[in-house]
Ligand binder design. Structure first.
Ligand code: ZN
Length: 289
């Protein structure tokens, strides 16, 4: 018999869409952004340079002339509570140009310092300047990094195949931000559903100061928050959930699926939603003609 069964992962509670944010450098403007994210119940990840915590700095680039002060250790510990913090290396080097023996230090030492603040494992990362190559990816993996964000925007809603090259959907300064969000929100019927959809926005909060965009970002977060159809999650929560889906164990016939992971997983199988509880097996009802 020809099998045409389709098993398509869903996000937690059977949702088809998720939103996550990623902001870099641990700058003091994050405080205002965090206030807005918390107000509109939006989740995300903040990528911190552990070796630069507490530094006073000013950023001068074409079109940018703005404070680049970093939060102190104490403030990092207190401020990002409820959101995720992740590795952005100790000193923000262009990693592909760093001697191999120093890449591991930049990553692992940053991890260790952030973990001491968080008192739990920190396994996420964003590549400084978005730059990486195979050598950098391998070093990150060896240092216990499970996912790392690039700066290559896709304008798409795909979950990454390779989490060590996690390309974001869009940078917040893009003109298409609002129209892309509208596109993302368009309802997806069970008939149309092909894959989970992730809207992944990234940036630096100092850009809101530099470009006078605080009103814009508040308007966006207000529009983005509070949708029943969307799962609001940190980068790590998305990574862990997708790994739980990828860890499902199928019987040879596909009639039984065992979930060995710690998270419940949702799956759409032939247009029907199944919840596969952590540590349990489910039986898929056969299609009958
Ligand atoms: Zn950075």
């Amino acid at each position: 018999m020809l099998r045409l069964r389709q098993d398509i992962p869903l996000f937690p509670n059977g949702k088809k869409k998720a939103l996550t944010l990623s902001y870099d450098d641990g700058v003091t403007q994050d405080e205002r952004l965090l206030g807005l994210m918390n107000q509109y119940q939006i989740k995300g990840t903040f990528n911190i340079n552990a070796g630069l915590m507490g530094d006073k700095d000013w950023l001068k680039q074409p079109r940018i002339d703005v404070s680049h002060d970093k939060f102190s250790k104490e403030k990092v510990k207190e401020l990002y509570c409820g959101q995720e913090i992740a590795v952005h290396t100790m000193t923000h080097p262009d990693l592909p140009r760093v001697p191999e023996g120093m890449i591991a230090y930049e990553i692992a030492e940053c991890r260790k310092e952030l973990e001491e603040l968080e008192e739990k494992p920190v396994t996420g990362m964003a590549y400084p300047f978005g730059t990486y190559n195979e050598k950098v990816k391998q070093a990150a993996k060896t240092c216990g990094i499970t996912y790392s964000r690039t700066t290559k925007q896709t304008f798409a809603f795909d979950v990454p195949e390779d989490f060590l090259e996690w390309h974001p959907t869009i940078h917040h300064t893009e003109e298409r931000l609002f129209s892309l969000w509208e596109e993302f929100l368009e309802p997806v019927t069970d008939e149309m559903y092909r894959q989970p959809q992730l809207f992944y926005m990234w940036g630096h909060s100092y850009e809101f100061d530099a470009f006078g965009q605080w009103e814009m970002i508040e308007e966006f977060l207000k529009k983005a928050g509070g949708h029943e159809a969307v799962w609001y999650a940190t980068n790590e929560e998305i990574y862990r959930y997708v790994m739980a889906v990828r860890g499902l164990c199928y019987s040879a016939s596909g009639d039984y699926i065992y979930n060995p992971g710690a998270l419940d997983v949702w799956m759409m199988i032939d247009k029907k939603v199944y919840q596969i509880p952590s540590g349990e097996s489910i039986t898929i009802k056969k299609w009958e003609k």
